[in-house]
Write a protein that binds this ligand. Sequence first.
Ligand SMILES: CC(C)(COP(=O)(O)OP(=O)(O)OC[C@H]1O[C@@H](n2cnc3c(N)ncnc32)[C@H](O)[C@@H]1OP(=O)(O)O)[C@@H](O)C(=O)NCCC(=O)NCCS
Length: 319
Amino acid sequence: MKTEGKIQPFNDSHYADFVDLINQIYPQHPTSIIGEKHADRTREKKMYIQRRVVYNNNTLSAALVIEQWEDTYHPDKYVMNIFVHPEHEQKGMGKLLYNYMEELLLPRNPVKITSEVWEPHIQSIRFLKRRGFELAATEKECRIDLQKYDPKVNREKIDRILKSGFHLITLSQFRQKDKEADKKIWEFEREVAPDMPWTDEITVQDFPVYKEQVLQHPKFEPRAWLLALKGDEIAGLNNLWKSNVKKEMNNGLTGVRRKYRRQGVATALKHTNLKWAKNEEFHSVKTENESTNNGMLNINIEAGFEFIPSWLYFEKTKF
Ligand SMILES: CC(C)(COP(=O)(O)OP(=O)(O)OC[C@H]1O[C@@H](n2cnc3c(N)ncnc32)[C@H](O)[C@@H]1OP(=O)(O)O)[C@@H](O)C(=O)NCCC(=O)NCCS
């Protein structure tokens, strides 16, 4: 049912329109029906989720999503995003959905509500600031043009790591030689991911959930999950994910166990994967890092990534 002008609950019939709406707002960062459905299918029961949609002239003109992030889960912390179709801006839709969000969330006594804004969307920044939200974190996004990237220049950075006893292997290959490969990857992520700077402590979901959410994600590409092994131990990881942007991949986690840091492992992993992506005829790789993550930002810029607009995280903690 597409009831005109009314706030209505999201259901299966809304996926296509919802994805179209998001892609109108963020054409450079498109989502997909398959991706949205995967997230919904694999979400843990404890996670709060509410979605509402509004139709005008038979077009999905606005949507509200209130959720909780798996990797920073806290029962009283929420994430809310309002999406207004560019042709329906400045008609009060944002305000309508914001007030509705408050009606749903305030009785639950939230300790924090976070909202994500793309830096060029200055109207969204103004909207949140007026409602008491403050900037809490900036994820700097960078992109590398693989057509300009020359793997030969960086060969020595990879050789150095190989000579010092690290072995570089993809997850596809690691799975062939070690039955526990998936479990080892998860244990590695559990150890390293909390070192990423963020507003809240980062946690990695339990293994059964991780297997479904991460290792069976439609964008998962085990040939581009590159591990640095020291003996049987995973010392470092760099993973690339498929993207909804043609000829592009996204860099997910780059991580190195503490005892192996500052030896060039992350740099070697990054260049090996960039070379792989170029050989596979991808044109670009994008990545996002918190603005205080100097180590990772240095490595990316040094490799040839260039800054593009950031993602801003606004938080409200007083209600
Ligand atoms: C970021 C991280 C992956 C770097 O791994 P690493 O193997 O130690 O990095 P490298 O040895 O290849 O570093 C190469 C260069 O990057 C820069 N660099 C790396 N870590 C740095 C840090 N903590 N501070 C400042 N510069 C740093 C340096 O210029 C370094 O060269 P140098 O050691 O000769 O000075 C590692 O610190 C880590 O796992 N952090 C936690 C997870 C994380 O935040 N990942 C990024 C988000 S996905």
